[in-house]
Design a protein around this ligand. Structure first.
Ligand code: ACM
Ligand code: ZN
Length: 543
C-alpha cells in the first residue's frame, strides 16, 4: 500500500486530481480496464441516480470517446457501480455529507458510494480525472481508494451577461466545465446599467427597451463608442427554465442577481418613473457607476422590485437570491422629496439607512417565498437586515464584520477573486479592466480570516470568483481569464487547508490541460517560469 496523498505527497504519488481529494491512495493490483462491455450500474432505481449515470457516461465519453452502457442489474461483472449508502461519513455536517463520496477502483470493479446523487456526481468527476490511456483506443483506471468531501459549501463563479451577453448554449458549456471541477454555484449578473437580460412578464419593456444599447465602449479605447448596436439580448423565461434544469442535472445552482437599487439604468431606461428624477434615460453605453438609481421613496418602485423578484423566484429554485446592492450612489435620494419623506416617516437619519429599509422589504418578501437574500457588502452600510447574507468584495472587512455579527458570508475579495483582472503582464496579454492577480495568488487565498473565532468561521460559506464582463467580449475571453485560475480556486474551496501545496497543484495542473482541451476551454497556459507573488497587489479598481 502506498501512502495516502496529502499536499506534496499528491504530486509524488502521481495523483492527478484537481481539486485534490481529502484522502486518496493508489492500491495494489492491476488497473480497471474500460471496455465496450463496461456498464454503469445504478443500484436502486432513483431517477436522480440514473441521471448521475447518464452524466457519468458523458464524462467518460469525453475522455475515452465511447459511450458506456447504463443498467440497473449488477450481475457482478466488471462494471462501474453507483450506490447510495446513507451510512457514509456519519460525523460530517449534513451539507458536507450530502456532497461526500467514496470511490474504490480495483481490476474487476469501480464502486462509488455516496449519501446523495450529488455525492455520486462528485465522485464521477473524480473518476473521469483518473482515466488514463492504455494503448491505442484503450483506457484504464489505476486501482485506488478515495474518500472525499468539500471544505466549503459555496463554491462559486460569477458570469456577467449584462455587460456582454452570453447565449444560453454558452452557459451550458460553462456549467459543464464548472461541474467537472466540483463548483456548485453559478451567479448570473442579469441586470445592470448596460443591459437587462431576463424576461419579466409583468414588465415587458425591461427587455424591449432595456436589453438593447446603442453602442459599447470601443476595444482599445474605452472612452469612445464602437458605433454598433448591442442587442436585443436576453434570456426568455423558457430558456431560463431549460438552463436551470440543465444546471440541476449537473448539481450546479444558478443564483440570479437582480441589481437593486444601483446599477439599475437599463430598468430606468424602460421605466423612468421608478427613478427619483423621472428621467428620461438611455441604456448606458459606457461602463462605470451611474448617479440614477431606484427611488426608494416610491411605493411603485418598491412594488416593482418585489414583482421582479417574485418572477425570479418562480424561475430559479436557488435558496439564495442576490439583490446586488453595490455601488449605489445615494445623492439622488438626498434631494428627492419622496425619498426624504420616506426617511422622515420611518425615522431614518441617513440615506444608507434608507437602503437598509429597502433591503428589509426585499428580505421579508424573499423570506415569504422561502428564500434568503444575499447582497454585496455595501448592504452593511446602513445596518444589516436580520437575515442578510453578505458577499464581501471590497476586501474581507465586510465579510469579517458580518460573520462577527452572526451573518453568513461568501468571500469574494477583489484582491484574489476578480478573475477579470490580468493574470499576467506583458504586451501579449489582452486588454482588461486592470489589476494583476496571478494564478499563485489565487491559489494562496485562505477564505477564513484568522481573526474569526471557530464559531464565527462557520459563517464563511465559501468563496466566489467573478468574471465581470466589461472587458470579456464573449466566451473565449471568459475562458482565457477564468482558466486556469478557476482550478486554483476550486482547490482552495474543496480540499483540506492542510493539503494546500503550490508545487503539487502546478504538477497536477499540467495534466488538467488535456481535460480543458477536451472541453474546448480557451485557457491561458501559464508561463514556463514559475509564477511569482512579488509585486502582485492589484490596483484599486473603479468599476
Ligand atoms: C462589484 O464588483 N461592484 C460587486
Ligand atoms: Zn427618490
Amino acid at each position: 500500500m502506498i501512502a495516502w496523498a496529502a499536499g506534496a505527497a499528491g504530486q509524488e504519488n502521481g495523483m492527478p486530481m484537481v481539486p485534490l481529494p481529502v484522502e486518496a491512495r493508489w492500491s495494489e493490483g492491476a488497473p480497471f480496464q474500460l471496455t465496450s462491455a463496461t456498464t454503469v450500474v445504478c443500484v436502486g432505481d432513483a431517477a436522480a441516480i440514473r441521471e448521475v449515470a447518464a452524466r457519468a457516461t458523458d464524462a467518460l465519453r469525453l475522455v475515452a470517446s465511447w459511450t458506456l452502457k447504463t443498467g440497473s442489474a449488477d450481475g457482478g461483472g466488471s462494471n462501474i457501480v453507483l450506490r447510495l449508502d446513507r451510512s457514509l461519513f456519519p460525523d460530517l455536517p449534513d451539507w458536507q455529507r450530502a456532497e461526500s463520496y467514496r470511490l474504490s477502483v480495483s481490476a474487476t470493479r469501480v464502486e462509488l458510494f455516496a449519501t446523495t446523487a450529488h455525492g455520486l456526481f462528485n465522485g464521477v468527476q473524480t473518476l473521469a480525472q483518473l482515466v488514463s490511456p492504455a494503448g491505442t483506443g484503450q483506457w484504464q483506471v489505476r486501482a485506488c481508494d478515495v474518500k472525499d468531501y468539500p471544505r466549503f459549501q459555496w463554491r462559486g463563479l460569477l458570469l456577467d451577461p449584462a455587460r456582454h451577453f452570453l447565449p444560453p448554449e454558452y452557459l451550458k458549456k460553462f456549467i459543464e466545465v464548472m461541474a467537472s471541477y466540483k463548483y456548485n454555484q453559478l451567479q448570473l449578473h442579469l441586470t445592470d446599467d448596460q443591459g437587462w437580460r431576463i424576461e419579466i412578464k409583468k414588465y415587458p419593456r425591461l427587455t424591449e427597451i432595456g436589453s438593447v444599447r446603442k453602442e459599447s465602449p470601443r476595444h482599445g479605447d474605452r472612452e469612445q463608442g464602437d458605433g454598433r448596436v448591442d442587442g436585443p439580448f436576453f434570456y426568455t423565461q423558457d430558456q431560463i427554465r431549460d438552463l436551470v434544469a440543465y444546471a440541476q442535472a449537473r448539481h450546479v445552482t444558478l443564483v440570479p442577481e437582480i441589481e437593486i437599487p444601483g446599477h439599475f439604468g437599463a430598468a430606468l431606461a424602460a421605466y423612468p418613473e421608478l427613478s427619483c428624477t423621472g428621467g428620461p434615460f438611455e441604456v448606458q453605453t459606457r461602463w462605470g457607476v451611474q448617479p440614477d438609481i431606484l427611488c426608494a421613496g416610491n411605493d411603485d418602485a418598491v412594488a416593482f422590485a418585489k414583482d421582479v423578484l417574485g418572477e425570479v423566484c418562480e424561475l430559479f429554485p436557488s435558496q439564495f437570491i442576490h439583490i446586488g446592492g453595490d455601488e449605489a450612489p445615494r445623492n439622488r435620494w438626498k434631494v428627492c422629496p419622496k425619498c426624504q419623506a420616506r426617511m422622515k416617516a420611518e425615522g431614518l437619519k441617513q440615506e444608507a439607512q434608507l437602503q437598509t429599509w429597502l433591503n428589509h422589504r426585499l428580505e421579508e418578501f424573499l423570506a415569504s417565498k422561502g428564500r434568503r437574500m444575499i447582497g454585496w457588502d455595501e448592504i452593511l452600510e446602513g445596518g444589516l437586515t436580520p437575515g442578510a447574507v453578505v458577499m464581501s468584495w471590497r476586501g474581507t472587512r465586510g465579510g469579517i464584520a458580518a460573520a462577527q455579527a452572526g451573518h453568513d458570508v461568501v468571500m469574494s475579495p477583489t484582491s484574489h477573486c476578480y478573475f477579470d483582472n490580468a493574470q499576467a503582464q506583458g504586451p501579449a496579454e489582452p486588454e482588461c479592466i486592470g489589476g494583476f492577480i496571478p494564478l499563485d495568488k489565487v491559489y494562496s487565498y485562505e477564505p477564513v480570516p484568522a481573526i474569526l473565532s471557530a464559531s464565527q468561521s462557520q459563517h464563511i460559506l465559501g468563496v466566489q470568483g467573478n468574471l465581470w464582463g466589461e472587458y470579456l467580449w464573449g466566451g473565449k475571453d471568459v475562458e482565457y481569464f477564468g482558466f486556469p485560475r478557476a482550478l486554483a480556486l476550486a482547490e482552495v474551496l474543496w480540499s483540506p487547508a492542510k493539503s494546500r501545496n503550490l508545487a503539487s497543484f502546478l504538477g497536477r495542473l499540467d495534466g488538467q490541460y488535456a481535460h480543458l482541451d477536451r472541453l474546448r476551454v480557451n485557457y491561458r497556459k501559464p508561463d514556463a517560469a514559475a509564477p511569482s507573488n512579488r509585486g502582485t497587489e492589484p490596483k484599486a479598481q473603479a468599476k
